[in-house]
Ligand binder design. Structure first.
Ligand code: FAD
Length: 296
């Protein structure tokens, strides 16, 4: 099933993101965790590609397992910046062969060791080039793209970032998923600006449940997202108690999702980070609202 068809439905839905293992030895535990999340029957699941150290070679394997065994629609991520057109074309062919219908077309982060290099000779500079390649290839993929309510760190300002985003959408992106947001008002302001700039595709807010006190610093560093004082106070109070902190993260994320639903957003994406208990906790909290019993 294509993600865009899920997003067009009027009912509220939740999707979850997982990432492939960093090493072959971690494969079984990731497979088990992602299967537990798939068994909860989310609206769809996304599998990252080379993010956070996860190897790209397992994206398809993990994704195909979810799709084929649990019949959960899959969104397979694909990055291009450290690659060349031939390798990417090979990856696209593998996706087609695996029956994948949805691709998240991403640039990827520029590796630190290459940050200062002259990149003019590289095959890719921005995600839009990957979007065009996917479209030129004549594939019937539903293509998603990333967006940044608090501005991508490389952009000089939000107007420039939104202008590039609009070009990416015009090139063939059918929906957008945001970088993690911890303050919904930042998402709503961004959505308003996108609509004002003529970006009309569905925009899915990305919610990251912080269930470990040590995650806070890393999440802020990697995403540049604003962390409300209200949440920081909760971390100060409960961050050293792992079980309490897990509950705090689930409740805070549930509260954000509920606020989004109440204000007319129908689809929310959760950065569930291979944690089935977190996915299940959020779904159980919302079972009456979503009208489903989410016991795996
Ligand atoms: P782009 O759309 O290319 O944007 C990057 C920057 O370039 C922005 O500042 C933009 O304004 C600017 N720009 C765009 N087009 C142009 C242009 N034509 N001229 C000049 N400037 C331009 N990383 C992974 O490695 N694997 C993943 O699986 C992954 N999944 C992600 C999922 C989501 C929802 C998000 C939000 C991010 C994800 N990332 C992932 C991280 C992402 O790769 C980085 O944030 C990366 O730095 C930017 O990727 P992008 O696709 O947004 O790039």
């Amino acid at each position: 099933m294509k993600i865009i068809d899920i997003l067009k439905k009027p009912e509220m839905s939740l999707s979850f993101e997982v990432f492939p293992p960093k090493k072959e030895t971690g494969y079984e535990s990731v497979r088990e965790a992602t299967e537990k999340i798939a068994a909860l029957k989310p609206a769809f699941m996304s599998v990252t590609y080379g993010a956070g150290g996860g190897t790209s070679k397992y994206t398809l394997e993990i994704g195909k397992n979810i799709q084929d065994k649990y019949n959960v629609p899959l969104l397979a991520h694909l990055t291009c910046i450290s690659s060349n057109r031939e390798t990417v074309a090979g990856q696209i062919a593998l996706m087609k062969e695996a029956g994948i219908r949805n691709v998240m077309a991403l640039r990827g982060d520029i590796p630190e060791e290459l940050a200062g290099e002259d990149r003019s000779g590289w095959d890719y500079h921005h995600a839009i080039e990957l979007v065009r390649q996917l479209r030129e290839d004549g594939c019937d993929f539903c293509i998603g793209g990333a967006c940044y309510p608090e501005v991508h760190p490389e952009s000089a300002n939000q107007a420039e970032d939104i202008r590039h985003l609009r070009e990416k959408v015009e090139a063939g992106v059918e929906f957008l998923t945001t970088q993690m947001v911890f303050d919904n008002s930042l998402f709503f302001t961004f959505l308003y600006k996108l609509r004002e700039a003529g970006v009309t595709v569905p925009v899915i807010p990305g919610i990251m449940p912080i269930t470990n006190g040590n995650q806070v610093e890393r999440a802020i560093r990697l995403s540049g997202a604003f962390m409300p004082q209200r949440f920081k106070t909760m971390v100060d109070k409960f961050g050293q108690d792992p079980e309490a902190m897990k509950q705090v993260g689930i409740i805070y994320a549930t509260d954000q999702i509920l606020d989004l639903y109440a204000n007319g957003i129908t689809n929310v994406h959760v950065y569930s980070m291979n944690k089935p208990e977190v996915a299940e906790g959020i779904l159980k909290n919302l079972s009456k609202i979503l009208g489903k019993d989410f016991t795996a």
